[in-house]
Design a protein around this ligand. Sequence first.
Ligand SMILES: [Fe+2]
Ligand SMILES: [Fe+2]
Length: 322
Amino acid sequence: MPVMTSFERLSEEEKYKQFMERIEAGEKIEADDWMPEEYRMTLVKLIAMHGISEIMGALPEKEWVPKAPSLRRKLGIMAKVQDEMGHGQLLLRVAEDLMAPLGKTREEIMQDLFKGDLKFHNVFHMPAPTWADAGLIGWLVDGAAIITQTNMLDASYGPYARALKRICAEEVFHAQHGESIILALAEGTKVQRDMIQDALNRWWDALLMFFGPDNASTTGTSKQDITIKYRIRTKTNEQLRQDFFTKYVPRILSLGLKLPDETMYFDKKQGKWIYKQPDWNQFKEIIRNNGPKSKERLRLRELSYRNNAWVREALSGQSAAV
Ligand SMILES: [Fe+2]
Ligand SMILES: [Fe+2]
């Protein structure tokens, strides 16, 4: 009979108390440590959604690999697409370890995506009709991702914090790649400058939605409260959106672009940006896979998952799920 450790002999409440003391002291929780169910489930949902979003996020830019205007740009955007797929794989590995005690596998994450049970980021349901959209995704979507992800660099869950460290380093390159495309267009003709403005107008609401609704517009205990309680992140959705404005509004204006929200201003007394709220009902529809490109991209992902079954099969030595 296996010998019980002194920790195993503790009651559930005492284990929870010790767990909270550990994370409040800044200690990292590892995959095989005891953790409350709520913590595990929150992480599984967050990391699976993050991983899948990285993979789905590669799709709008992938469309631009053959259409990029020069060989240098083609290589740049192809490297970015490859990085994003790598981020997805890294994160799904982290999610897989957390799911193992629940009897869930990595295959099920993909099946949940196809069934519509697992959501991916609102921005990746949107079309990228011009080269300026491809540039803007790198500049501002990756820019927004850097803001949300650096907020979790010190997450209490060690494997996620370590994966994010590597991911954030690469995201910085992505933002620079996007900025370089945008700067080249900004120095070009009027048609090219108009192309950036149109892309910015098209992406504005999606960028605001990227950070999620403010606490005030949700009811009950929100996911963000739970992630803050468990020290997975420190700032709220609204604080992150404000950080995004503070960093990017001056840069947008310095390129001679207009803010798509003309009512927007910085209120010195309140110390925050006042802006027009995007339509949060539309946000809910988009993440329910009713966005402009949701169905098409899910079909594409499912098709490539099926076509690549032989690779998974060859690597595992078993029959892979299709
Ligand atoms: Fe990424
Ligand atoms: Fe990226």
